[in-house]
Design a protein around this ligand. Structure first.
Ligand SMILES: Cc1cc2nc3c(=O)[nH]c(=O)nc-3n(C[C@H](O)[C@H](O)[C@H](O)COP(=O)(O)OP(=O)(O)OC[C@H]3O[C@@H](n4cnc5c(N)ncnc54)[C@H](O)[C@@H]3O)c2cc1C
Length: 464
């Protein structure tokens, strides 16, 4: 660092020390643990400092100082992101929301909850449950991820097939803008159309338009305890046909998940306790949480699965046996990762009618480039997570994995889908945005960014 830069850095730290305590400012080697999210192969840099503000006002004070010195800011939640969106940028200020962890209110009469952005997803869900209400969005990372991160990525999860994604529940946001001003978007009410819908614009903006400090979400009445079914198939195409029959039926599943044969083999190799049938070509997991009929729904789903050629069908009506059925799905990423030592996570989404073409295309890419692709995910949403395995010590395998990664995204876009259903663009998928959005929309989006953040200080180089 040149002397001038060092001087600016130390004067910025001095100014920050006037608004935050020393425990809230971390510099030097101790910033290392806040460098990266959970994505693989994404770039990150050494930040000037990692800051831990505990209120909207402290966030605003920090942003005002950063704006005055034109220093970029990277918002970070729990860093469970899978696209590099929360990765630190060289010389930037990382603003961690992990001290913004108050549940401010749970309003039973209006069925809403208001929380600070650093509250963990599971804590919000439990607070709603405590008053017989329900916050459905359930990313697999929910024990660690923050609500702010979920809003910033518009996170999904297994229950989205019935309830929708995080954005469907967001009513109101408190946001610190790039110049340090504080705004409240949206409304607490169910309806409201005054002005443009900036809440919807901020949802999924990955920290590039504003720093979300407080969130009001809508809640639902608590559903029934779920019943579920797991079933294996010889061919993935039969599993897809069964999933399509379920979607076409009158019953609404709360979970409809898929694993292909490669995932099943990887999970069996990874988890000695796994009871998945060796050699199965695919697995479906279906649940119902419909009040008064979840048991009946599960039995009906089992029939549909059998009619579509399911071999092993297991039904669970109690929480413990249901957890046994579902636990395999949660091992998708660690199991595939451990099989090769490296794994690139895709998050492609296509119209449901194109899922067959997506599965065929994935098999073709795997064959042509000689890379292992294990595919699982939210088949009921058309959102799958092909995971591309590679040996990180073999450069040719790394290259082939990246080539396959690009081809899988191109395939999804060609099928009328998207590069990302829920994980976000971050830095990982930015190169593919031109193909998906086209030049006119891309330019319009850049102008929206410029309106919010004229000096490009908020998470620059991410999302767009
Ligand atoms: C095991 C595992 C399972 C997962 N399962 C799912 C899943 O089922 N569904 C799914 O959608 N994702 C899943 N993810 C990805 C990840 O958990 C989600 O993207 C999650 O929403 C990120 O939350 P976070 O608090 O960790 O945010 P971070 O990773 O810290 O940040 C994510 C992005 O949001 C921005 N950001 C964070 N907080 C704020 C804020 N307050 N204001 C403005 N911007 C902010 C960051 O700059 C970054 O761009 C999974 C990840 C893992 C590791």
């Amino acid at each position: 660092m040149s002397n001038t830069l060092t001087d600016i850095a130390s004067s910025v730290i001095d100014e920050l020390s006037a608004v935050l305590s020393s425990a809230q400012i971390v510099t030097g080697a101790r910033t290392e643990s806040n460098r990266r999210d959970q994505s693989e192969g994404t770039p990150s840099g050494e930040p000037l400092a990692v800051l831990f503000p505990a209120s909207t006002e402290e966030v605003a004070a920090v942003v005002t100082i950063a704006a005055a010195h034109r220093i970029p800011i990277v918002p970070q939640g729990a860093r469970t992101g899978l696209a590099g969106g929360g990765n630190a940028i060289e010389g930037a200020l990382v603003l961690s929301t992990t001290k913004l962890k108050k549940i401010l209110s749970v309003d039973v009469a209006n069925q809403t909850a208001t929380v600070q952005a650093g509250v963990r997803t599971i804590a919000l869900a439990r607070a709603a449950e405590a008053v017989d209400l329900f916050y459905p969005p359930d990313p697999g990372s929910w024990r660690a991820s923050t609500i702010g991160g979920n809003v910033a990525t518009n996170a999904g999860g297994m229950l989205c097939v019935k309830y929708g994604v995080t954005g469907n529940f967001v009513r109101q946001l408190t946001v610190v803008l790039a110049d340090g001003s504080i705004v409240h978007t949206g409304q607490r009410t169910i309806k409201g159309v005054a002005g443009y819908n900036l809440t919807a614009l901020l949802v999924g903006s990955e920290g590039t338009l504003g720093i979300i400090t407080e969130i009001t979400v809508g809640l639902l009445p608590k559903p029934a305890s779920p019943s579920g079914v797991s079933a294996t198939f010889t061919h993935p195409a039969d599993a897809l046909a069964a999933a399509n029959s379920i979607i076409a039926g009158a019953r609404r599943p709360s979970v409809l998940e898929f694993l292909d044969g490669a995932c099943i083999a990887a999970i069996n190799a990874y988890d000695p306790a796994s009871t998945l049938p060796a050699g199965a070509g695919a697995l479906l997991l279906v649940q119902s949480d419909q009040l008064g009929q979840s048991r009946e729904d599960a039995e009906a789903y089992a029939e549909v699965l059998r009619a579509n050629g399911a071999t092993d069908v297991a039904i669970a009506h109690d929480a413990e046996s249901l957890e046994r059925l579902m636990s395999a799905r949660r091992l998708l990423h660690p199991a595939v990762h451990s099989a090769r030592g490296g794994a690139l996570n895709e998050d492609v989404t296509v119209p449901r009618s194109q899922l067959g073409a997506l599965l065929d295309g994935l098999a073709e890419i795997s064959r042509e480039l000689d890379v292992p692709i294990s595919t699982g995910g939210h088949i009921g949403d058309g959102n799958l997570h092909p995971v591309i395995g590679y040996n990180p010590d073999v450069p040719a395998e790394i290259d082939a994995a990246h080539a396959a990664f690009a081809r899988v995204i191109a395939l999804a876009i060609a099928l009328g889908g998207s590069a990302s259903g829920e994980h976000g663009i971050g830095v990982l998928k930015r190169d593919h945005l031109d193909d998906e959005l086209g030049p006119v929309l891309r330019d319009l989006q850049r102008r929206v960014k410029a309106a919010f953040d004229p000096h490009s200080l908020l998470n620059p180089g991410k999302k767009l």
